[in-house]
Design a protein around this ligand. Structure first.
Ligand code: 523
Length: 150
């Protein structure tokens, strides 16, 4: 099954393997040494202070994996390698859905360059210590099951 966005006229984030009106947001369950990366949003106001798996909207012509690598580079200054998709799709605000991939940290130390004001590496037993966005919680639970040993 192909996952590519192929319509260059589609607005940013639109994705043709779903309803063309739905914007796909990709997020990464980034792991390193047995820990998962959590990022605290700094905007918009209604989401600020809540924790998420970092990511963002697909751009036209990008595969979800390409979008994820780009977003993690822009937002955190790191290079990552996408792994498997975490099964499922979670509704965000109307017209937006969240899809999540695992990603392995290849190089760099994550820094909150854009959209976040704090980052934490969480071991499995620490995953409940931050206030995750509701829509990220099922993906975090699945990601926890896939956390490789340190
Ligand atoms: N979420 C969300 N969880 C989550 C992400 C990465 C995003 O609920 N793990 C929501 C938050 C926003 C929408 O998805 O309502 C778009 O995410 P955002 O703002 O991170 O996407 P960007 O970075 O593509 O957006 P711009 O800042 O507009 O470029």
């Amino acid at each position: 099954m192909t996952e590519r966005t192929t319509d260059p006229t589609a607005p940013r984030g639109h994705h043709r393997d779903t309803d063309p009106g739905v914007v796909v947001v990709v997020a990464g369950a980034v792991y390193d040494q047995g820990r998962l990366l959590a990022a605290r949003r700094s905007a918009p106001a209604e989401l600020a202070g809540r924790w998420e798996l970092p990511g963002g909207k697909l751009e036209p012509g990008e595969s979800p994996e390409e979008a994820l690598v780009r977003e993690l580079r822009e937002e955190l200054g790191v290079e990552t390698e996408p792994g498997e998709r975490i099964p499922g799709e979670w509704p965000l605000k109307p017209g937006y859905v969240l899809r999540v991939w695992t990603a392995r940290l290849l190089s760099g130390v994550p820094r909150p360059l854009e959209d976040h004001d704090e980052l934490r590496w969480l071991a499995r037993h620490e995953l409940d210590s931050v206030d995750w966005l509701d829509q990220d919680r099922p993906a975090v639970a699945e990601a926890a099951l896939r956390l490789p040993a340190a």
